[in-house]
Design a protein around this ligand. Structure first.
Ligand SMILES: [Fe+2]
Length: 288
């Protein structure tokens, strides 16, 4: 499927953006901070009208947006929620995002919505199932979407595929793109005991269009993808490897709980950009 008119209207993005949360909207509106782009949590803005929507439309005049969704339940077995998808499409017509993303997960069962991104078994059957649903979503939205690798706390004994192979196949079979969350790789690797670098060396970077960076919480016997801390040294190390594979891919700082001042998020973004620049310079020197 070709990218839609909507995505073609949006300008290209580069550099490291920031997740735009409610508490920072006034700051952005009045101070025009030096941030290349913002990602908004689509599900918070689906209702028509209102002052927040108006503020977003004003901010959109100066910044590129991407949409990050949590409610598609792409891996679920309940029917896709068409009205929800139509609301996302409507919001897209209002705010013209460069990307629309959701997760490799499910969040509904028997009509019940769970406020969680629950993991799937990685089997050929579940791969076909989620690919069929992604294709339906892309038809309804009339655009390719990005699928984010999850952070997870359990795995299924009957899984037959590694997550990186599942992500690669999903992107190929559904002709969609990948949002690679480096923190999620690290969290899941620690929780399940796989090698983060093996994940990165096996992922198909030609499908990766965006990178997420966030902070986890160490709960002692497991890591929680809490988005409430600065990015850890271990995740910055993994990010160096990631950016070495794909130096131009735009990145995003996610911080959703105990949200600090916008300047703190900008500092995290500038660390990411320093790593990007250093990694690219090192690559140039090596090739000279
Ligand atoms: Fe993420």
């Amino acid at each position: 499927m070709a990218d839609s008119t909507l995505s073609n209207m949006a300008g290209p993005i580069s550099g490291t953006g920031v997740g735009l949360r409610h508490c920072h909207i006034q700051d952005v509106l009045f101070n025009n901070p030096d941030i290349p782009w913002f990602e908004i949590l689509t599900d918070n803005h689906l209702e028509p009208g209102g002052p927040v929507k108006h503020a977003l439309q004003t901010i959109r005049q100066d910044y590129v947006f991407s949409f990050h969704c949590v409610g598609m339940s792409l891996g679920g077995v309940d029917p896709l929620e068409i009205n929800y998808l139509k609301q996302i499409k409507q919001l897209g017509e209002e705010l013209d995002p460069i990307f629309v993303s959701d997760h490799l997960s499910f969040s509904t069962l028997n009509g019940q919505h769970y406020n969680e991104l629950l993991p799937l078994p990685y089997t050929e059957d579940s791969l076909k199932h989620i690919c069929d649903r992604i294709l339906q979503v892309q038809d309804i939205l009339n655009r390719q979407i990005l699928i984010e690798n999850p952070s997870s706390y359990l795995s299924y004994q009957h899984s037959t595929l590694d997550e990186w192979d599942f992500m690669n196949e999903l992107a190929k079979q559904a002709d969609c793109h990948v949002l690679l969350d480096v923190n999620n790789i690290y969290v899941s690797a620690c929780n399940h005991g796989f090698d983060s670098n093996k994940y990165l060396s096996n992922i198909d970077f030609s499908r990766v269009k965006e990178i997420h960076l966030g902070g986890y919480e160490d709960r002692g016997h497991y890591l929680l993808d809490a988005h409430n801390h600065p990015i850890s040294d271990e995740v910055w190390e993994l990010f160096k490897t990631t950016i070495g594979q794909a130096p131009e891919i735009p990145c995003l700082i996610e911080w959703d709980n105990d949200i600090p001042a916008l300047e703190v998020l900008q500092q995290q973004a500038s660390i990411a950009e320093d790593i990007r620049q250093n990694t690219m310079q090192e690559a140039l020197l090596e090739s000279a």
